[in-house]
Ligand binder design. Structure first.
Ligand code: HH2
Length: 295
């Protein structure tokens, strides 16, 4: 795979096929984060019961979210593993309500049992930070005829990833990993247009790796898949803004979402939907008509 700038084709992805929706990618889509966890790094504890989480989903859709991403297990380093039963207890009731809201619903999980249960409950996308490395997770997605998947780059596991943040060329290595995972996923029977790829900002990367990856992100478009990115409130933004805590990283998050869009992202995964929607409305109106990709 050639990731050199000269080989980077403009984005050719017209849509992302998900279970119920063929999501057009003619403009940047906003994926709202809904963590039903006590310990997520930014919104942990905000929505612990299903009714609160569902009200949050409804509010995020009213604010302009194009997709909802529901998670029942934090991926931050040091977060305790969540047993299958507990993850299902957290996400299933929320998912059952969320699928009635008229937008594609994604579930952030790596567990085959959870994947099967939420696909049965009607979700549209499985978002796996482990890129469906577990063969049973891959098989569970492949068993669905149309469900979308998001494959993210993370070396190792959340507990070990920062010790693996060693690259000769981070963008090339992330691109090669994503290309290999996408090819393996296609071999399992999942159609190319069901697969979005994510460079995994903050997962096994230093600040400099994250910044370089974002500067060079456009190269990943040559992989030919929708590009989904999650930078919202991440610790790199705390570092870049003089140590602000997660709740005070809204301006930084909106800014970096625009930077990611300018660098070719099709979907941005965010906590602050209303602020991001406003920023994109302005960005779309003023950016040059000849600018590449989505607007
Ligand atoms: N980041 C997080 C979790 N899931 N999925 C994708 N595809 N891309 C990401 O960048 C990504 C992700 C971490 O953020 P958050 O969900 O807010 O925190 P936590 O894992 O602590 O629940």
């Amino acid at each position: 795979m050639d990731l050199s700038p000269a080989a980077t084709a403009p984005a050719t992805c017209s849509h992302w096929q998900t279970a119920r929706f063929r999501l057009p990618l003619d403009r940047v889509r906003i994926m709202a984060i809904v963590n039903v966890t006590p310990d997520s790094f930014s919104d942990g504890g905000l929505a612990l019961d299903a009714a609160t989480a569902l009200r949050r989903c409804e509010s995020l859709v009213r604010q302009g979210a194009d997709l909802l991403d529901i998670g029942g297990e934090s991926t931050r380093p040091g977060a305790p593993a969540v047993p299958i039963d507990e993850e299902l207890r957290r996400v299933l009731p929320v998912v059952q309500g969320a699928v009635t809201l008229g937008v594609p619903v994604s579930v952030d999980t790596s567990k085959p049992e959870v994947i099967r249960a939420v696909l049965d409950a009607g979700v549209d996308i499985i978002n796996d930070v482990r890129a469906l490395r577990d063969p049973l997770a891959l098989a569970a997605c492949a068993a669905h005829p149309t469900a979308g998947v998001c494959l993210m780059h993370m070396p190792g596991e959340p507990g070990t990833m920062q010790s693996l943040a060693v690259y000769d060329d981070v963008t090339r290595e992330v691109g090669e990993y994503l290309a290999a995972q996408a090819a393996r996923t296609v071999r399992a029977g999942i159609a190319t247009d069901r697969i979005a790829l994510d460079p995994g900002y903050g997962f096994g990367k230093t600040l400099e790796h994250n910044c370089q990856l974002l500067r060079e992100q456009r190269q990943l478009l040559s992989l030919g898949h929708p590009l989904l990115v999650g930078l919202s409130r991440k610790s790199m933004l705390g570092t870049l803004t003089g140590g602000r805590p997660a709740a005070e990283r809204v301006v930084a998050s909106v800014t970096v979402a625009l930077a990611a869009a300018e660098a070719g992202a099709h979907v941005v995964r965010v906590h602050d939907v209303a602020d991001t929607v406003q920023a994109f409305a302005v960005w779309r109106a003023v950016r040059p008509r000849t600018a590449p990709d989505v607007g």
